[in-house]
Design a protein around this ligand. Structure first.
Ligand code: NAD
Length: 461
């Protein structure tokens, strides 16, 4: 079922609630069928989805496939493979004083969940949480971002053909649709986006005492201490300029240890030329800025330092050349907000202590990256830096490992998903204790607590 702005959120949610209450979504076979449906969607409709991503973000077909479709498909396959184990009840030992008895814990579906997505990875960040929601046996309302209208429309059209449309609903539209949706009661809300809207969502969830997962952003630092600078530069450029820098875990800025700055800058420039050619404007692998508002915001940030390379821009096609900025002051605008675009400031630091202090004195980022071949430096970084995730000598890639939880901490969010963590996020882990009535050993605990009972209870406890 696909609804658009103006069509009642209350009606949509009530319909899903009826599906959930009827028990439709509980059987594992139903859940498997939904996951298989998603996998088929990516196999059969790859072109529709990647064309939409190209229309919204200028993503090449391969980038759309690698950074969006294949990640969700891998999540669905992983969930399919592990679903039985995740959903099976686990026995738990019972304290001696309660015997004879048995206890188990088992994941239960939560009910009807709301998933609100952003525009930058509009397929992955809407459908990857859906994998968890469906694997855990829930119904879901999806609210894609209005800033990626082609992708939003194609998901709204196709999803009902591949998933049970009495259990999954797409509501297209902007903040007004979100606001209407947030006035409804859910059993969980999963939000990916910026901190400003995150606060609005958390507030609405608190009103209804609804659990909320917030996947937010922030300024993810990359610290360069030592190593093969050619490889370091390539990895930084790959992580940063994918999707024209509009990636939540992209390295936002680089802190390079003093003495390596000149060499690193040279390698970064070479890696840019290697990846996108002398004129990135012509590269089929380089994306565009999502809209004029973000384009204007980014162009204004160019004034925060000296352009080492890049800086060319064309508003008509929302093109901003991959840009390296030097001579950036820590209090300049580009260092105050999440850049979320193709501008990479490079700042020199005296060493690890200054880098760690710099990072920890700012809001906690979604990821922090260290480039070093020294294991003591890595351990030090891991122990001292507060961030949603750590990457050693690799940017962005941790999110492709289904065994790793993906989420922020503090300002970068609350809760985590991917793999098992997605299933857990959309489940209630319920405890069950069972006793028979044949032998009433509990009599010992019943009042009146006379002398002998008290003596025995104290010994038992
Ligand atoms: P956003 O917060 O502007 O919008 C996200 C969603 O919220 C959209 O669907 C939008 O329609 C909705 N929304 C907008 N205003 C609203 C309101 N007043 N009330 C309710 N809903 C409203 O974020 P964005 O610009 O789409 O995405 C960029 C941000 O998302 C960046 O900060 C980025 O770091 C973050 N992000 C985080 C992750 C992650 O996995 N942690 C991934 C991608 C993006």
């Amino acid at each position: 079922m696909t609804l658009s702005s103006g069509v009642g959120a209350a009606t949509a949610v009530a319909r899903l609630r009826r599906t959930f209450d009827a028990g439709t979504t509980r059987p594992l076979d139903w859940r498997r069928a939904q996951l298989k449906g998603l996998i088929r969607l990516f196999a059969e409709r790859e072109v529709d989805l990647t064309d939409a991503l190209h229309a919204d973000l200028g993503k090449s077909r391969l980038e759309g496939l690698v950074s969006e479709l294949s990640l969700v498909r891998a999540e669905a396959e992983y969930a399919l493979q592990h679903l039985t184990a995740w959903a099976t009840a686990e026995r738990v030992p019972v304290p001696a004083g309660l015997l004879p008895a048995a206890a188990h814990r088992q994941a239960q579906p939560l009910g009807v969940v709301l998933i609100i997505g952003p525009w930058n990875y509009p397929v992955q960040l809407l459908l990857s949480p859906l994998v968890g929601a469906l694997a855990a046996g829930n119904c879901a309302v999806l609210k894609p971002s209005e800033l990626a209208p082609a992708t939003s429309a194609v998901i709204a059209d196709l999803l009902p053909l591949y998933c049970d449309d009495t259990a999954v609903t797409v509501m297209e539209g902007g903040p007004e649709v979100s606001t209407e949706l947030l006035s409804q009661q859910y059993d969980s809300i999963f939000f990916t986006g910026g901190a400003r809207v995150g606060r609005i969502v958390a507030h609405a969830a608190a009103e209804q005492l609804t659990p909320v997962t917030l996947e937010l952003g922030g300024k993810s630092p990359a610290v360069v201490m030592d190593g093969n600078l050619r490889a370091v530069a390539r990895r930084l450029i790959f992580g940063k300029f994918l999707n024209a820098g509009q990636t939540c875990v992209a390295p936002d800025y680089v802190l390079v240890t003093a003495g390596l700055e000149t060499q690193l800058l040279q390698h970064l420039k070479e890696a840019l030329a290697e990846f996108y050619g002398r004129d990135p404007h012509r590269s089929a692998d380089y994306g565009r800025i999502i809209n004029e508002q973000h384009f204007d915001r980014l162009v204004a940030l160019l004034g925060s330092g000296t352009v080492y390379t890049g800086g060319a821009h064309d508003r008509a096609i929302r093109y901003l050349e991959p840009t390296l900025l030097t001579a950036v002051r820590p209090d300049s605008p580009v260092m105050q907000e999440e850049i979320f675009g193709p501008i990479l400031p490079i700042l020199a630091v005296s060493g690890m202590d200054e880098a760690v202090n710099f990072i920890n004195s700012r809001p906690s980022p979604l990821a922090a990256y260290l480039f070093s071949n020294e294991s003591t430096a890595r351990q030090d970084f891991e122990a001292r830096v507060r961030a949603g995730a750590i990457g050693h000598n690799a940017c962005n890639l941790h999110l492709t490992v289904p065994g790793l939880p993906f989420g922020g901490v503090g300002d970068s969010g609350t809760g985590a998903y991917h793999g098992r963590y997605s299933f857990d996020t959309f489940s209630q882990l319920r405890g069950v204790l069972s006793k028979g009535t044949g032998i009433d050993t509990l009599r010992l605990a019943y009042p009146p607590h006379t002398g002998l009972k008290r003596w025995l209870l104290r010994r038992l406890l």
